[in-house]
Design a protein around this ligand. Sequence first.
Ligand code: ADP
Length: 239
Amino acid sequence: MSPFLQVSGLTRRFGGLVAVNDLSFSVAKGEIVGLLGPNGSGKTTVLNMISGHLPPSDGQIALADTRLSGLGPHKIARQGVARTFQLVRALPSLSVTENVIVALAFGRKRLWGEAARLEALKRLEQVGLAHRAGQQAGDLTYIDQKRMELARALAADPQLLLLDEWLAGLNPTELQTGIELIRGLKSSGITILMVEHVMEAIRALCGRCVIMNAGIKIADAPTAEALSDPAVVTAYLGE
Ligand code: ADP
């Protein structure tokens, strides 16, 4: 499989701390890859570097043949990379639709006016939130905030979607709905790199996992194999 996302020698230092240390991995088009590791292992820092929210100290990131490292978040979004954040970043006094419209302005399509409203509604339908379109974002339940966050990411029309613990905190029924939703995104051709702790979701969705510990990659294999790797078991037990 030829790589779609290619991360090579990626490193990020914070003062004396090497949060991500010479990390290389790739994701093929259409794959869902899990980025796992104990707390503090560097996963969010990796997502932040891919999405351009944090510049790498060293190394390179490329999507298809385009170099992303060195670009800022808006330019990277225009290359087709979108992400969700661990803490939902809603504009609480705006309606759900307006929140998605704001995100549309940063995407690959750049829609305005009625076209933007229709596109936002399409994205809300895609995540099962069309019935809340006119509601104030601040009044949404937790799962619906998560749905809105996903609709905002999808509004950018991504080729690569980065999910940062999008399934965390859902009850068992919501989790199944969330898993189905992500499966649907894969079917629509979106490539996904997901940071996640919910094992049920990882096993259900990720064909492969890249596992980090203390900034270093300790496994990169099909999910069942990666999770049973002795180095991985030790890293999690030592948490
Ligand atoms: P994970 O997502 O795996 O929990 P993070 O990427 O959030 O890990 O953090 C990796 C390490 O980098 C941690 O030790 C964390 O404290 C540190 N770190 C993350 N962001 C910053 C920052 N902005 N400044 C200083 N240290 C940071």
